[in-house]
Design a protein around this ligand. Structure first.
Ligand code: GDP
Length: 301
């Protein structure tokens, strides 16, 4: 939790600080409130949530214009926390169930950090004493299987892949799940391709992977990877995946390089699924569970 807070604080402008400065300066003018709004919008919180937050804060400050700025900051914290919704279930299904491994499918647009996330996730699971198998079902991007194999060697987990570029991703996913069952693994994590040039093609491919895995066992978790730096555009693209498969959680990557952490709120609102994990860098230890309190603390400052 401390890691998430300190890593995010470095890149997120502490909204609370500018609010504190504004409130300390006395009565807030219309322009000052616009500044508060701009700060929240700059963090990619989205128009609707920003308006809700500012309206609520304004209404309360209006009752007592001499409100202690620290108290107003606490209100902002509480309202923001509510927006992030701490009640959502952010647990990850990564343990054996019904005598079989858990299966996690990882989907998302190419370049968002899918393969890296699979590697980092394997590292977290191994650190938690789980036996893990990785499936390199991104057979479209030539280097993806090699990249995953490097991660496998680094983390010490087997990687099931095809020797052929362009092999059937569903066949690789099938083999990975079968291998996981044979070695009585705790969890099989399957990387997939994220070509977006053709929505129907993508849906067909993901649908086929899903069907083929489900011939053997249920899929317990579908994680959608979204690059936090791509804002609403990235979110719009990500929605195509959510239409193709039933997503159970989001991994928001590259939060280390952006002050746009507010995108969490938009992701959850527009997709209706919780952000479960966040990527905070390119290294093996740079994946963290998403903790709403730590996150809001980092943003409000
Ligand atoms: P994929 O095409 O979705 O599988 O994407 P990759 O896993 O190959 O990642 C694309 C690039 O993003 C690589 O250079 C990764 O090192 C980088 N990347 C992935 N996750 C993060 C993250 O959380 N933070 C940063 N800064 N870079 C990341």
């Amino acid at each position: 939790m401390r890691a998430l807070r300190s890593r995010l604080s470095r890149s997120n402008s502490a909204i609370g600080k500018s609010l504190l400065a504004l409130l300390s300066s006395g009565n807030l003018s219309e322009e000052d409130w616009e500044d508060v709004e701009d700060t929240l919008l700059a963090a990619d919180l989205g128009i609707e949530p920003t308006t809700e937050l500012v309206d609520s804060l304004r209404a309360r400050v209006a009752v007592d214009p001499t409100t202690d700025p620290e108290i107003a900051k606490d209100w902002l914290y509480a309202d923001m926390l509510e927006l992030v919704d701490p009640s959502m279930d952010r647990g990850l299904a990564a343990s054996r169930v019904d005598g079989r491994p858990a299966c996690i499918l990882v989907v998302g647009v190419n370049g968002t950090g899918k393969t890296t996330t699979v590697g980092k996730l394997a590292r977290v699971l191994v650190a938690n004493d789980r036996d893990v198998v990785l499936g390199a079902a991104d057979t479209f991007r030539a280097a993806a299987a090699d990249q995953l194999e490097t991660w496998g060697a680094r983390v010490g987990v087997p990687v099931v892949r095809s020797d052929r570029d362009g092999a059937d991703p569903a066949a690789v996913a099938y083999d990975a799940v079968r291998h996981g069952a044979e070695m009585e693994a705790d969890c099989v994590v399957v990387d997939t391709a994220g070509r977006l040039h053709n929505k129907v093609g993508l849906m067909d491919e993901l649908g086929k992977i899903k069907r083929v895995i489900e011939k053997q066992q249920p899929i317990d978790e579908v994680l959608l990877v979204i690059d936090a730096t791509t804002g609403q555009n990235g979110l719009t693209q990500a929605k195509v995946f959510a239409e193709a498969v039933e997503v159970t959680g989001v991994v928001l990557t590259k939060l280390d390089g952006t002050a746009k952490g507010g995108i969490v709120v938009q992701v959850q609102r527009q997709l209706g699924v919780p952000v479960k994990l966040v990527g905070l860098g390119e290294g093996a230890d740079d994946l963290a569970p998403f903790v709403p309190e730590a996150f809001v603390d980092a943003i409000v400052g």
